[in-house]
Design a protein. Structure first.
Length: 144
């Protein structure tokens, strides 16, 4: 995650390289547009996923390869779905994936500690519930 201005400019260059539609925006303007996301711990890979997909994982119906007249507005519209009502970025795709991985590890650990007579444990571990709640919140915010 870019931590200072120089790193954010470098990340914007990387983003422009990965998504040619963003070459219609200056590097400084692009860095400014995604600054909030970087400060929230988002990586360039997270931004690429967010630009291509909605928070619930669905692809956008129109991709950047079909001609975008106003790249800045297109980018702002795509990223708006990833902001809550207060303009704060939702958890990054990699952060959600990490929470889900941690929940899976916790569930596996709990299963190993269960006695054989206890039966199959339910999907109620704190890690699982936290992951499920984070995903539900991100989806609900994306719908509004």
């Amino acid at each position: 995650m870019p931590e200072d201005r120089a790193q954010r400019l470098e990340a914007a260059l990387d983003l422009r390289w990965r998504l040619p539609v963003l070459r219609g925006i200056s590097t400084r303007d692009l860095a400014s547009r995604v600054r909030t996301f970087h400060l929230a711990g988002w990586s360039v890979a997270d931004l690429v996923k967010a630009i291509d997909r909605t928070p619930d994982g669905a692809p956008h119906p129109h991709d950047g390869a079909r001609g975008v007249r106003w790249a800045r507005g297109w980018l702002v519209a795509r990223l708006a779905a990833w902001l809550d009502a207060d303009g704060v970025p939702l958890p990054a795709p990699s952060q959600v994936a990490e929470a889900c991985r941690a929940a899976a590890v916790e569930r596996a650990r709990q299963r190993r500690q269960q006695p054989a007579t206890a039966g199959v444990p339910g999907r109620r571990s704190p890690g699982y519930l936290a992951c499920k709640a984070a995903l539900a919140e991100a989806r609900a915010l994306a719908r509004h």
